[in-house]
Ligand binder design. Structure first.
Ligand code: ADP
Ligand code: MG
Length: 330
């Protein structure tokens, strides 16, 4: 079945049918606007992310269910990076008229499955026709007490630069997809990321983090955002950047430099944050609750700028600093 035989309102009804009731939603899908209830004392965190066919994903290698999960996950990751609790979201779709309904059904299933996992509710959106590709836009609302919200701008000289999990795997997965591979753990990391919402909340509640961001554009690029907004610099130790045996082996096999992928590859959706050294032990213990590995990869410095040093203390040349939609890529 094609979308044009279902019609706009048939499609909205089909999406709405999968949405579970939630106590915070006074008015959900079906009116001119939704009405939601905020937890008293909190501020609302609002974030939006677009996924465009052939820019962010390709149906040649992307299952609609997995795409649905990813579409919400990238937004969840942004609320996680603020230390917030995600609550409600809006879904806007521009769909080519001949698009198969089954693909939208799969997308919605994956999306609402991830929504349930994180206790967030779809409360509305917009649906229109596209003359070309599928465009997906999600706006997610989260909340947190104002004093617990973690910004990019709070890093201080002497703070440790910390990272959850590993970065670079998603970029390796993307490269393997480009070469024609269709499955494997690195490809899963790229297509099906899992946002660090629990970790973000634990860190926010503990009040030990001075600045935080999620790694979407690449480790150096995203650390660069923290440094710029905090007016500080950092030194990273190349040897401290986590690199599992399986990642190293897969990079060798693919002829890729694991360190370059870790520094510049995007879309890992790990949390990158700074903490005063005395809070390190508390952070380790806290994150052990969720099973997220924590690595200290560097130190914040008074001098602005970002430098990477190898195991011998020599400057490590950085080829490429991350993803920018409007920059010519290598
Ligand atoms: P309006 O014309 O007043 O903007 P619409 O006819 O676009 O309203 O939408 C009707 C209802 O369906 C609204 O509650 C809107 O939020 C919801 N809606 C529209 N598209 C979507 C979508 N893709 N996902 C979820 N809800 C949607
Ligand atoms: Mg209206």
């Amino acid at each position: 079945m094609k979308i044009n035989s279902l019609g706009e309102f048939g499609l909205i009804d089909r999406i709405a049918a999968g949405v579970k009731q939630s106590p915070g939603v006074a008015i959900g899908i079906g009116d001119d606007a939704a009405a939601t209830t905020a937890t008293p004392g909190t501020v609302t965190l609002v974030t939006s992310d677009m996924l465009v066919e052939r820019v962010h994903f390709d149906f040649d290698f992307c299952d609609p269910v997995v795409l649905g999960r990813k579409a919400l996950s990238v937004n969840l990751s942004d609320v996680a990076a603020m230390g917030g609790r995600p609550r409600f979201f809006l879904l806007s779709l521009a769909i080519p008229p001949h698009f198969p309904v089954e693909a939208i059904d799969g997308f919605t299933r994956g999306l609402l499955q991830r929504a349930e996992e994180f206790g967030v509710t779809l409360v509305g959106g917009d649906t229109c026709a596209s003359r070309g590709d599928l465009v997906i836009s999600i706006t997610l609302l989260g909340e947190q007490l104002p004093e617990l919200v973690i910004r990019r701008s709070g890093a201080r000289p002497g703070d440790l630069v910390c990272l959850t999990g590993e970065v670079g795997e998603s970029a390796l997965g993307l490269e393997l997809l480009r070469r024609g591979e269709r499955s494997g753990w690195a490809i899963d990391r790229h297509l099906d990321p899992f946002p660090r919402v629990r970790e973000g909340l634990l860190l926010a509640n503990a009040k030990i983090v001075s600045a935080m961001i999620d790694v979407s554009d690449g480790l150096l690029a995203d650390l660069g955002h923290i440094l710029k907004q905090s007016g500080v610099g950092a030194r990273l130790g190349a040897g401290s950047i986590p690199c599992s045996d399986r990642f190293r082996d897969a990079c060798r096999h693919a002829g890729e430099d694991p360190l370059q992928l870790s520094l510049a590859g995007g879309e890992d959706y790990e949390l990158l944050f700074t903490i005063p050294p005395e809070a390190h032990q508390a952070a380790v213990e806290m994150l052990s609750e969720t099973g997220a590995p924590l690595s200290v990869i560097g130190e914040v410095t008074t001098e602005e700028g970002l430098s990477v040093f190898d195991r011998n203390g020599l400057p490590y040349p950085v080829r490429f600093r991350g993803f920018d939609h409007f920059s010519p890529q290598e």
